[in-house]
Design a protein. Sequence first.
Length: 120
Amino acid sequence: MEVDGEAANWRRVRNMWVHRTSASKTLRSSAARRCIYCNHPVEWYERADNGERLPLLLEQFPVRLLPERYWWSVFNGLVYRGADDDYFRIAHPVVCSAVDHEYDQALEGLRRKYRVDTAT
Ligand SMILES: [Zn+2]
């Protein structure tokens, strides 16, 4: 039997689980954020090597775009150095428009793009 207004007493609850084989216990929905300095969307992951959290850009890039020192990849919920299948992801801080970066020819195009994207 439905009582008027009863629906208002229910909160929508999302059930989420971390798969038991996942090395990371971070819920993906809670890892999607915006950079607090430039407001660009980022996704946080734990580093496999030291457990520190690292914000990555959401996009993947082909390996020909940047030198290997900028390559990160995600496997089993953790982030590793290197590319995955000729694609990699970039740590947000190297292109964050709120940071004063040393000039790096390889990154200038991307930094310019993100400065424009986050200027509004
Ligand atoms: Zn930023």
